[in-house]
Write a protein that binds this ligand. Structure first.
Ligand code: KG4
Ligand code: ZN
Length: 344
């Protein structure tokens, strides 16, 4: 069964064809990230306009690279939430139209859940098994989820403020590094001393809860004190005053602790629930630091999606669509709405 997956929840216009829920036939991603760089974050109106321009060529390219035409496609899957309202609308309206014109079943996919399904793009005999513990860490979400089976899950904990990726993005901005912050902070961190600053880990009453606001403030205070200023010094002026060595030390110390918080809770949940598999997914799962720390501390080998499937893509939507199809959970293409605030 070949599923076309369409993803437009944020700043990536993506489409992919996946066969039988694991075999990647194509994966096309057009990002408007360059257009947002000047603003230090995603501008919703620019993202939505870029999706409108890119969606048809991206889908055409995904079909072409998969050597498919519409007669070979068995179903369409699309992200209907969570995400930016205008961005989601472009993907959902396109998918609805295509499903109606080509008379294909339509599957509505939760973007956060789909990140975990990126780990299913592999050989069938190497796919993650249930019960499955998933750490989903992206720009908008940070949560630990225990899946008993497909679409049967319990959220063990989530962030009470910023998402991990968001914290990387904000620290990057403070240090004058380009958006998205994760890769740029990590690149600079390689040159810094991760033990230079002793940043605090959030202590949560909720065993599997996360919080990044305290760490973010600690980073701000460390940067202010590194240049001999007090807490009144504005964060947007820090980048000009900090030396490259100071920035690298802050990036390295921040990155180590930000990732440690994720790994600690995953190890704890693994101890308590003894899942058969652990999946780490979402944009932050591209982090080499996260991969190293998880490898070192988790007793079993975690599944990390291929790097190109960690950030937003159509393949994870197609795979989720495939498993929704196996459960017979199609939606009415004339009625599907976007749900920007959808959660798991
Ligand atoms: O999953 P994603 O592409 O979009 C959302 O659904 O949010 O995740 C984007 C986030 C950004 O915050 C970005 O800074 C972070 O993932 N990210 C990383 C890395 N690559 C992307 N964070 C840490 N290390 C990375 N290598
Ligand atoms: Zn995402």
């Amino acid at each position: 069964m070949k599923v076309l997956g369409i993803e437009t929840s944020c700043d990536e216009t993506a489409a992919a064809v996946v066969e039988d829920g694991h075999k990647l036939l194509s994966n096309v991603v057009a990002s408007s990230v360059d257009l947002h760089m000047a603003y230090g974050g995603v501008v919703p109106e620019i993202a939505a306009r870029s999706h409108i321009e890119a969606i048809n060529p991206v889908i055409r390219q995904a079909l072409k690279e998969a050597s498919c035409n519409w007669s070979n496609i068995d179903a369409v899957a699309v992200t209907y939430g969570p995400g930016l309202g205008g961005s989601l609308l472009v993907g959902v309206l396109t998918a609805r139209t295509l499903a109606i014109i080509h008379q294909k079943p339509l599957y509505a996919v939760n973007h956060v859940q789909a990140h975990a399904y990126a780990a299913f793009v592999t050989e069938v005999d190497e796919q993650p098994e249930f019960p499955l513990l998933a750490l989903i860490v992206s720009g908008g979400h940070t949560q630990l989820v225990l899946f008993k089976d497909h679409f049967n899950y319990q959220v063990l904990g989530r962030t009470s403020d910023d998402a991990a990726g968001e914290a990387f993005d904000k620290v990057a901005k403070m240090l004058g590094l380009p958006y998205p912050g994760g890769p740029s902070v990590e690149k600079l961190a390689e040159k810094g001393n991760p033990n230079k600053h002793k940043f605090p880990k959030a202590k949560m009453s909720d065993k599997y809860g996360f919080s990044y606001s305290g760490l973010k403030t600690a980073v701000l205070r460390a940067a202010q004190s590194a240049i001999g200023e007090d807490y009144n010094f504005p964060s947007h002026k820090l980048a000009d005053k900090l030396t490259n060595a100071q920035k690298a030390d802050i990036a390295a110390s921040f990155s180590r602790v930000a990732i440690e918080m994720l790994v600690d809770k995953t190890v704890l949940a693994h101890e308590q629930f003894a899942p058969k598999s652990v999946v780490v997914a979402g944009g932050v799962s591209a982090s080499p630091e996260l991969r190293q720390q998880m490898d070192a501390k988790l007793p079993i080998k975690a599944y990390f999606p291929d790097i190109k499937l960690c950030t937003d893509n159509g393949a994870m939507i197609a795979v989720t669509g495939y498993f929704l199809a196996r459960k017979g959970q199609k939606v009415n293409p004339k009625k599907l709405d976007t749900v920007p605030s959808l959660s798991m």
